[in-house]
Every structure is written in C-alpha cells, then in structure tokens.
Design a protein. Sequence first.
Length: 336
Amino acid sequence: MTATTITHVFVPESSGFYRIEADMEINGWVENVRDSSNNSALYSGADYELVGGKTYFVNVGPDKTGDVTLTVEKGKDFTKSAHMAYRYSSSGTLDIRGWDGENYIQTSDSNEGYYTVLRAVDEWGDEDTDKVGFSSDGIPAETSSGLTITPNLSFTDDGMFVIVSYVVKNPTDRTIPYSLGVNSEVMIAGDDSATVYATATGLKMESKTGVSYYLICNNVPGITEADSTWFGKYDGREENQFSDYTSLSLTGEDDSYLTFAFAWQNRSIAPGATQTYTYELGIGSTGSILAPENSVIADGNCGTSLLWNLNASGTLTIRGTGAMDNYEKGKAPWYS
C-alpha cells in the first residue's frame, strides 16, 4: 500500500504560535502547513505562526493510509522591546529575533532558535550530554546528571540586546563536573549563507542585506567569559559544541550553511551550590553596551587564528591559537 498525503483544514481561533503534530499511532508526520490565501508553505521551526480566523491547509504524510488526527497546541507569544523579541518555543529552544516594530527579523534557520547543551557526569560516573529544553522564565529544567538549569531572559541597552542568564543548581549530595554550551544554525534576515566573523566580544553575523547580529560572550562587563567559540558548516555544531574556532571568518555557500556554538567548559559545582552564566544576542554596535573605559577602540588580526583588541583604558587583549605575525619594534597594528 503506497503512502499518501492527507490534507486537513485548520482555522485558529486567535493569532499566535501553534505546535501541530500528526497522530503518531499510524506513523504520520506533518509535511507542511500552507497558507490557503496564496498556497505558500510556512516555516515551522518549533511552531507555526498563524493568523486567527484564517484558513490553513495541513498536509500530513502517513506511512500507510487511514484517518489522521491532528494535535494542536497553542504556543507562547513573543515578549518584545523596540528592537528585539524573544519567546520559549514548544520544543524548548530560545526563539530570539530582531523586531522592527512591524516584522520579526530572523536570526536562526527556520526560526528553530537557540539550543542549550549540558555535558555533565551523572551519579554512576558516566558523562552524559543533554539537550536542555525550557518552558518559561524561572522554571528549572531537570537533566540526567541531577543538575537543574533555570533560564531568565530580559532586554538590555534600550532593548537592542536580549540578555540570557542560566542559573545552574546542584541539588544532589555530590560535586558534579560539567560544561554548558549554546548552538544555533545561522540565518540572518532570510540569508541562509550569512557571513560569520570572530570579534573581540564573540561573533558578528552579517547578511547580504546588511543586517548585523551579534553574539556577546567575551570582554563585556556582566557577561560570563566563554571558554570556546566555534562556527562552521551546519552539520558540525553538535560535534563541535565544545570546540574553539579555527578561522576568523566564514561565509556559507549553497550547501555550506553556517552554525555557531560556544561553551563554558570544565566547570565544577558543589552540592547545594548555584552558578550563573550570562550572554547577549542582539542588533547594533557592541560598543554601546560597554562602559566607556572598556569600549574597544581598535581591533584586528595578528595571526592566522589570532585576534587583538585595544580598549579605551589601554588594555591590549590577544585571543586565539597559533603563531603571531612578526612585527618590527613599534610597528604592531595596535600602535597605529
């Protein structure tokens, strides 16, 4: 018996985000949800964004013919500032986007959001890796190691950035070694081959339309310094979640869509203790969120995989791996 596509009609009562799944008892899956007014397929990500009272076609492809039942769950809507928006998706990712007052500015492929990953030692001494899903601010997520992680999202810098904080708590009676990381597939304002640059403060992602998006995980007061930052092809983010970058910029082409990952590594937490990790995502200049004396006034490359930056107080920071370029006395770029 050949598989068929079954089309259901769905009309949401109110506008918002919806999780739509097929009846898995007959191994059905949602192929796509289409806008009935123009028959265009919608991006799903973790949830479909639908307009209340409008008709949508839900195409379901089962492994065998038969009646298919849809499960529809209303998801969380965005919290917005004048420039940014965030929400917790139904799949537990952090859906963070730009906002121009009328439209969302995409920052991840299919709006799937940002994944949180914990690598920790469990009570049997095994090292487990969990994808940690969240449901709301202040609600802790349990993990296989016994640690809990509580997320909190808010706006900073006049709404230009979303600040993400994780509170890691150890409710067990043993000290637990762990590493905590974040990853996402880059798609900036619909550009699936946006260029990613290493910066003094983390990463800059830039679309061909000129929209710039920043990850801030280093050299900013109030941010927890990341131990590693990686970017590369889309299929490498899980393998390289806890790796450091090997190039200073990379542009996606056709089948080389880009992802990034960063992590706080080789940490340890005592019984009953809590530890907090913080990073930021947003649009605009990173200089606007720095105290004047910490503002980066110049930066650049000083080796194949080395970056330098000089702040207003005269502190020179060099980050990366490998050999530094040779300079005559007084001729290094930070002297110019």
